[in-house]
Design a protein around this ligand. Structure first.
Ligand SMILES: [Zn+2]
Ligand SMILES: [Zn+2]
Length: 192
């Protein structure tokens, strides 16, 4: 987590004014009583209201509260802001942040809101409850998606090429019918 605090701080300090004010208003919305610190109650209320349910718990609050003061200060909230903005995923087994390789349910993967992800530990030790059985690590899933996308693009290209070929062949073999012949033959051409 220390890493993420550092990354988030680096992002915030180098961010432009617009991003900084986004961060500030994020903090203000959470700081219900305007005290300048976020209590666990304020944190939980905000996270539940905004439907960040996987992070709406005490361990995650403690995780963010690096200073161990019992209240999140501005930069600690910016770490949360960074986690949300960067789309970091949470382990659906232990609730920890996923770093590096993790496992994702292939049935749920396409549905981003409902994706089901596990850290290596929870996956290996089967510490989860989930109706589906097929899991792949995030790199393989992305690779598979890339391959499928490339295959799809290749097929579309082939189909387009075939269509062009067919149209060219049709145009070549098209025999003008009688009406076409009349139009083509301009009888009103002045005789020179
Ligand atoms: Zn886990
Ligand atoms: Zn699933």
């Amino acid at each position: 987590m220390d890493d993420l605090h550092k990354i988030a701080k680096a992002y915030y300090t180098t961010a432009n004014e617009e991003s900084k004010s986004q961060g500030k208003s994020f903090f203000k919305r959470m700081d219900h009583d305007g005290s300048g610190g976020i209590t666990i109650q304020e944190y939980l209320a905000y996270m539940k209201r905004e439907r960040y349910t996987k992070m709406a718990n005490r361990p995650f609050f403690d995780y963010l509260n690096k200073s161990r003061t019992g209240e999140l200060d501005f930069m600690e909230v910016m770490t949360l802001f960074y986690i949300i903005k960067s789309g970091r995923k949470i382990c659906d087994g232990c609730g920890g942040l996923l770093k590096g390789t993790f496992f994702s349910c292939t049935d749920c993967f396409a549905n981003d809101d409902e994706s089901f992800n596990l850290c290596s530990k929870c996956f290996t030790e089967r510490k989860y409850v989930h109706p589906h059985k097929h899991f792949l690590d995030n790199y393989i899933i992305l690779e598979n998606m890339k391959v499928k996308l490339e295959e799809k693009e290749k097929k579309i290209k082939q189909m387009k090429a075939a269509k062009v070929k067919m149209e060219a062949a049709l145009a070549k073999h098209q025999v003008p019918d009688a009406s076409n012949a009349i139009v083509l033959y301009n009888q009103r051409r002045p005789v020179s």
